[in-house]
Design a protein around this ligand. Structure first.
Ligand SMILES: Nc1ncnc2c1ncn2[C@@H]1O[C@H](COP(=O)(O)OP(=O)(O)OP(=O)(O)O)[C@@H](O)[C@H]1O
Ligand SMILES: [Mg+2]
Length: 354
C-alpha cells in the first residue's frame, strides 16, 4: 500500500459523527505500512471514542485494500514544536545617527582621491550659498591636512567656548567656520589620529559646536578617501547629501566609483559629481583646452544614477586667491570658475529639494 494513498484516506476521514471538525490524519501520531497491513497510532485523550475511532480507521483503510489494520491510542499531548531558531537581531549601524543641532541641511564634500580640489569646492560652495543669502557654516573635517583656515583666511581666528563647553565657530566672510586646524597649537604640529581618538575628535566636532541661531547649510570638507572619517560620519550624523569632487582623469574617476559605492553603503544620498580642473581657457586666444583629455564624468554619473553638478575650469586665480584666504566666488565673481561654482550651488539646492 502506498503511503500517499493511506495519508489521503486518513485526511478524508472526517469525524463529524462525534461533532469535531478534524480528521483521522489530525490525530495521527505514528504510521507504519507493511505490505497491505497498516499500523496507526492515534491521539485520543479520552477512551470514550476509542471504539469509534478504531472502527472508522478500519473501515476507511480496508476500503482502499488494507488487510490488517492495527490501531493504538495515546493520550500524550503532542510534543511542542520548537520554533525555528531566530537569527540574532540585526544591529542597524545607522540607527544611532543624530542630526547636527541647529543645522537645516548638512552637505558632505568628498573625493576618493586627494588633491582634486575638494577643499576648494567646499569653501566656494559655502561662499556661493552665503552670497545667495543663506546662513552657512563650514566644517573642515580633514584631520590630517586641514586647509580650511588658509582658504578662508581664518588662520588667526580664535575659537572660544560657551559656558557648557560648546565650541563657538569664528566667522570668515560671513561663514561660520570650524577646523581642527584652529585648535592645534601650531601649523607644524603633526596630527596622528587613530581609531578611537579620531572618532572622539570627530564626534566632538560634529556635535559640540554651537552653530548659533541656525544654519541653512553646513558644508563638511572631508579628507580624501573612503576611510575612518567617512564611515564615522555616516554612522554618527545625519547627512543630507554628498557632493563628490573629481578631476577628469581616469585614475580619479575610478575613485569616484568607490566614493559613490561608499556613500551608498553608509546610506547617504549622493547629490552629484563636481568635475574640477575640467579645462583651461587660454588667455591669449580664449580657447578652452581639455588638458586631461575628453571627460568621462558625465558617463559615470549616469552609470551610477547620479548627475554632473558642474565643471570648473583650471584658473590660476583660484589657487592664488585660495592662498590669500578669499574664495574665488567672492574674489572674482565674473571669472569662469566663480560662475561655475554659483551654478553648482544652484544645482545642489535643487537636488536637496527633490
Ligand atoms: N579649478 C582650479 N584651478 C586652479 N587651481 C585649483 C583649482 N582647484 C583647486 N586648485 C588648487 O589645487 C590645490 C589642491 O586643491 P584642494 O586643496 O582644494 O584639494 P583637496 O582635494 O582638498 O586636497 P586634499 O586631498 O589634500 O584635501 C590647491 O592649491 C588649490 O588652490
Ligand atoms: Mg582638502
Amino acid at each position: 500500500m502506498a503511503l500517499q494513498g493511506v495519508m489521503d484516506t486518513l485526511k478524508n476521514a472526517n469525524l463529524e459523527e462525534i461533532g469535531v471538525s478534524f480528521s483521522l490524519a489530525d490525530l495521527l501520531r505514528d504510521l507504519r505500512i507493511d505490505g497491505n497491513n497498516v499500523y496507526i497510532k492515534l491521539f485520543s485523550p479520552s477512551e470514550k471514542y476509542h471504539d469509534y475511532l478504531k472502527e472508522k480507521a478500519e473501515k476507511v483503510l480496508k476500503s482502499i485494500g488494507a488487510e490488517q489494520v492495527e490501531v493504538e491510542f495515546t493520550s500524550e499531548p503532542p510534543k511542542q514544536q520548537q520554533p525555528p531558531p531566530q537569527p540574532p537581531p540585526q544591529q542597524n549601524p545607522f540607527e544611532n545617527r543624530r542630526r547636527i543641532p541647529g543645522v537645516k541641511k548638512v552637505i558632505a564634500v568628498a573625493s576618493g582621491k586627494g588633491g582634486v580640489g575638494k577643499s576648494t569646492v567646499a569653501v566656494n560652495l559655502a561662499a556661493a550659498l552665503k552670497k545667495m543669502g543663506y546662513e552657512v557654516g563650514y566644517l573642515d573635517a580633514d584631520m590630517y591636512g586641514p586647509s580650511g583656515p588658509t582658504m578662508l583666511g581664518a588662520k588667526d581666528k580664535q575659537v572660544t567656548a560657551t559656558p557648557d563647553n560648546k565650541l563657538i565657530p569664528p566667522e570668515a566672510h560671513g561663514i561660520k567656520m570650524m577646523s581642527i586646524g584652529l585648535l592645534l597649537p601650531s601649523e607644524d604640529t603633526p596630527v596622528i589620529w587613530r581609531g578611537p581618538v579620531l572618532f572622539k575628535a570627530l564626534s566632538q566636532f560634529l556635535f559640540d559646536i554651537n552653530w548659533g541661531e541656525g544654519l541653512d547649510f553646513l558644508i563638511i570638507d572631508l579628507p580624501p578617501g573612503t576611510g575612518d572619517v567617512q564611515i564615522t560620519l555616516g554612522q554618527t550624523a545625519e547627512i543630507d547629501g554628498a557632493v563628490i569632487v573629481t578631476t577628469p582623469q581616469d585614475v580619479a574617476l575610478i575613485d569616484v566609483k568607490k566614493g559613490i559605492q561608499m556613500f551608498n553603503e553608509v546610506q547617504i544620498p549622493v547629490l552629484g559629481i563636481v568635475e574640477n580642473m575640467s579645462y583651461f581657457v587660454c588667455p591669449d586666444n580664449g580657447k578652452a583646452y581639455e588638458i586631461f583629455g575628453k571627460s568621462k564624468t558625465e558617463e559615470i554619473a549616469k552609470q551610477y544614477n547620479t548627475e554632473l553638478l558642474g565643471k570648473i575650469p583650471i584658473e590660476p586665480k583660484v589657487a592664488e586667491f585660495a592662498d590669500l584666504g578669499i574664495p574665488i566666488v567672492l574674489a572674482k565673481e565674473d571669472s569662469n570658475s566663480a560662475k561655475a561654482f554659483m551654478e553648482i550651488a544652484q544645482n545642489v539646492i535643487r537636488k536637496l529639494s527633490e
